[in-house]
Design a protein around this ligand. Structure first.
Ligand SMILES: [Zn+2]
Length: 246
């Protein structure tokens, strides 16, 4: 072990804010004097982060117009994921809730390359049981069963409702998932997932809706599930763009 590594670990072990225990960093309180913002509304950045100047989503004159937008963005998400080398053969599936009939969702058909996905390729399934009701399909059984149950358990609106799901077998997330842990909060990038990530133990191949229900229940209100020895699943509360970014 290098001197620098030893010094760093000793400093971290003595720090009141970060105690390294085995592989896990545990927050033990806030350093006295550390500038923690408690009055968020008085911050000069509050309006920028939360106010009218922050454009989150476009508005639509009809649900059908929003459906077209969501399907186009979902198709684009597949292509972006492919460019980021996050597609793997025929594995992986992403979906977005249908704004016209919110008890249904749009998802990729089985075997279609992420690189060539079009809005017209997407198929629509029911939230209640995952059954496909529109499109040339078929979709992957694990896609319809997992996505349907995550949408069903999380519902729509409120604190835990969701509008989208992204599931990929990216090389990094799959390798990390085999370690059986979630990210430590050791960088500002990781902090985006504070209290938003859960490890889901490997449950085997998916043959029915029970695996989706298990993942959804373990996920709870969070936005990221590390599927052990498998990959990652992210949900979006507003858009497919959001879930793809996570
Ligand atoms: Zn998978």
């Amino acid at each position: 072990m290098s001197k620098t590594q030893t010094q760093t670990q000793t400093q971290a072990a003595n720090s009141p804010t970060l105690q390294l225990r085995g592989q896990h960093a545990v927050r033990e309180g806030i350093t006295p004097g550390f500038p923690v913002t408690t009055d968020l509304e008085s911050s000069p950045f509050y309006a920028v982060q939360t106010g009218d100047t922050r454009t989150v989503l476009p508005t639509f004159s009809t649900p059908e117009e929003e459906r077209t937008y969501r399907k186009e963005h979902l198709a684009l998400v597949f292509r972006i994921l492919h460019r980021q080398k996050l597609s793997e053969g025929i594995a992986g599936h992403c979906s977005v809730r249908d704004p016209v009939e919110p008890d249904t969702f749009w998802v990729n058909p089985q075997g279609k390359s992420f690189a060539r996905m079009r809005a017209s390729d997407l198929v629509r399934c029911r939230v209640s049981d995952g059954k496909m009701i529109e499109g040339r399909g078929p979709t992957d059984a694990s896609a319809s069963s997992i996505h349907s149950q995550v949408y069903r358990v999380r519902g729509r609106g409120g604190d835990s409702g969701i509008e989208s799901i992204v599931h990929v077998h990216g090389p990094h997330s799959k390798a990390f998932s085999s370690m059986g842990r979630v990210l430590d909060m050791i960088s500002q990038d990781a902090c985006a997932y504070h209290d938003e990530m859960v490890l889901v133990p490997f449950g085997g191949a998916v043959f029915d809706n029970r695996e989706g229900e298990r993942i959804a229940n373990l996920l709870g209100h969070r936005k990221i599930a590390i599927l052990q020895n498998h990959g990652a699943l992210a949900v979006g509360k507003l858009s497919i763009d959001e879930a793809a970014w996570w």
